[in-house]
Design a protein around this ligand. Structure first.
Ligand SMILES: Cc1cc2nc3c(=O)[nH]c(=O)nc-3n(C[C@H](O)[C@H](O)[C@H](O)COP(=O)(O)O)c2cc1C
Length: 156
């Protein structure tokens, strides 16, 4: 059987258009966050959501310790935020200049279209990623705007 190269898998899966979120947590040194599209609602009874964390993501370390995370759904026009939170800018600097509030220990970014707050239930290994399953403790629609989309390696 022909082996599928990782780059090919990534490029093929890139045809699955997704929204773009910033997954946030409150660390001992302040809020942290990372851009994520491997995010899904998992269960309605009980209410569960999941995020797939790269094992190298600094945000995973904070979520593992603090056991809470937020999923902030970005609006069209928020590419700058997506790029910032996808970068390896020092964790403490990512939130400098980013308007946000903290809801039950979960950073909520202003100007997004929706957000969900979770308490961590389980971390499940998945290759070079870790699946974080959270119990949903808050879910809010914010501004009525079009979503930011990630498709074939580009923001749309
Ligand atoms: C569109 C897009 C989607 C991404 N989705 C994920 C994801 O679902 N999970 C993940 O761990 N990293 C994802 N990343 C990569 C992280 O944002 C990136 O590794 C970031 O530097 C992690 O930040 P941190 O180390 O401060 O946690 C994505 C990046 C982009 C541009």
């Amino acid at each position: 059987m022909k082996v599928v190269e990782p780059q090919r898998f990534r490029a093929v899966m890139g045809h699955f258009a997704t929204g773009v979120t910033v997954v946030t947590a409150s660390g001992p040194d302040g809020p942290v966050g990372m851009t994520a599209n491997a995010v899904a609602s998992l269960s309605l009874d009980p209410l569960l959501a999941l995020v797939c964390f790269d094992n190298a993501a600094r945000t995973l370390r904070v979520v593992r310790e603090q056991r809470r995370f937020g999923i902030n759904v970005l609006a069209a026009g928020q590419e700058d935020l997506a790029r910032l939170f996808a970068s390896k800018t020092p964790e403490a600097e990512k939130f400098a200049g980013v308007q946000h509030t903290v809801h039950e220990g979960i950073p909520v970014i202003e100007g997004t279209i929706a957000w969900v707050g979770c308490t961590l239930e389980q971390l499940i290994p998945g290759g070079d990623h870790t699946i974080g399953i959270g119990a949903v403790i808050a879910a809010e629609r914010a501004t009525e705007r079009d979503p930011l989309i990630w498709y074939r390696g580009e923001y749309r």
